[in-house]
Design a protein around this ligand. Structure first.
Ligand code: NAG
Ligand code: NAG
Length: 398
């Protein structure tokens, strides 16, 4: 049974030993902006469940920023909130990589990235060095054989996500690509305080007006968590930790009664992030009744529209993309797809994401796109006589 529900959830990357001194506020700002824009975009299509891995997107586009200049560079710096100084940006990027590469006692976190490039594309050494600095494996591929390329990419992603994401790309997604950047993220952890499956019961689920819109398998336990109101974002926040050392957590951000999730998303994108620590009460409350739905989300998201809402536009434009630092061929980004799977149950959480960014040659092949007013003629070819003529200037979907 399909159960519609709305809940803003994300896996919060709480702390990592080696990266704990770095301030990730700029990365989170990008995250909240992307989440808000993605929700707004999806809502137009009636989709209310979304799942994203903004860190993967941030990391891929931060790498592209190293090969960009002009407007393409300034848009990336501003939307990704990159420090203007390259060494600080590299520090932030490396710290994000470290969070995903560290070993944790009872939590699995794996971040893997790769770059597949067409053999004849002369990728600049500096760009390869940048990619290697973020532990991106580089593969040379015959990109014209999209069947083989899709297979190689899917094997990479399947392995990197422990089999959670199987067919991330199809051969037809890869037509004309010169370069493909991939970022895969896998997270698996048990709750610090697991739920007892025998206590899980079917319960109603409501919209922001308090109307029943479906049911869920509601899990229950009595446990001690950080919880509290975050007035600035109009929501109540619960933090449930993973593992013995509580190094990762899930924050559940539940809008105040009558407040739509959209308002809270907008608050997250525009207000300061102080709520992330301010909602906690000191000391932590004694154990209390906690109800969380068991859920599974699976999403495939085209990231270009929400990234464009976030202000990144020229990199997707064949005539304006400015990526001289990547390769001799002038490239631009033509696809940016993210697959995400999230499963939350009594034991814990498994979440996997695969982001695939494809770049085409701006000069590759001739292109004709009748996307503005045009004139048409129908003629007999051997004597060259026009039988019909017209103008098409008012579009309609027929
Ligand atoms: C998570 O919990 C399950 C069930 O209790 C257990 O089998 C598994 O070993 C646990 N995993 C870790 C990493 O502790
Ligand atoms: C593409 O690669 C597949 C798998 O390696 C191979 O079987 C096929 O013949 C190749 N196609 C072309 C056109 O080279």
């Amino acid at each position: 049974m399909f159960v519609p529900w709305v809940l803003a959830t994300f896996v919060g990357i709480a702390a990592a030993r080696s990266a704990s001194s770095i301030d990730f506020t700029p990365v989170n700002e990008f995250t909240f902006q992307l989440l808000d824009n993605t929700y707004a975009f999806q809502e137009n299509f009636g989709t209310k469940n979304i799942a994203l891995s903004p860190l993967s997107v941030w990391s891929l586009f931060a790498l592209l920023a190293e090969g960009s200049s002009g407007d393409t560079f300034s848009e990336l710096v501003s939307a990704l909130r990159l420090p203007t100084d390259l060494s600080k940006t590299q520090c932030l990027h490396s710290a994000a990589t470290d969070v995903l590469k560290s070993q944790y006692q009872d939590i699995i976190v794996k971040g893997q990235s790769a770059m597949f490039t067409e053999c004849s594309t002369k990728v600049h050494d500096e760009f390869c060095q940048s990619a290697l600095r973020y532990e991106t494996s580089i593969y040379s591929a015959e990109t014209k054989n999209t069947t083989e390329l899709a297979h190689d990419i899917n094997v990479f992603i399947c392995y990197a996500t422990d089999g959670r994401i199987l067919n991330a790309v199809k051969p037809q997604d890869l037509d004309n690509l010169r370069m493909v950047l991939i970022d895969a993220l896998y997270f698996k952890a048990n709750w610090t305080h697991p739920f007892d499956p025998t206590q899980t019961k079917v319960e109603a689920f409501y919209n922001s007006q308090g109307k029943t819109i479906g049911s869920v398998n509601m899990m229950y336990h009595k446990a001690s968590h950080d919880v509290g109101d975050a007035g600035e974002i109009s929501a109540q926040v619960l933090e449930m930790t993973y593992g013995k050392n509580e190094e990762f957590s899930m924050l559940i951000i539940l809008p105040f009664d009558g407040v739509p999730v959209k308002t809270v998303l907008h608050n997250l994108a525009t207000k300061s992030q102080n709520w992330m620590t301010d909602f906690k009460t000191e000391p932590r409350l004694p154990p209390f009744d906690t109800f969380i739905p068991r859920f599974r989300l699976s999403s495939r998201q085209d990231l270009i529209p929400p990234l464009m809402y976030s202000g990144i536009t020229s990199i997707f434009d064949r005539t304006k993309a400015n990526l001289p630092g990547i390769a001799d061929n002038p490239l631009y980004v033509t696809s940016s797809i993210q697959n995400v799977e999230v499963e939350v149950n009594e034991e814990g959480t498994v979440a996997a994401a695969a982001t695939v960014v494809g770049l085409e040659d701006r000069n590759l092949g001739m292109r004709f796109e009748a996307n503005k007013e045009f004139i048409f003629l129908i003629k007999q070819r051997s004597c060259n006589v026009v039988l019909f003529a017209g103008v098409y200037g008012e579009p309609s979907v027929v």
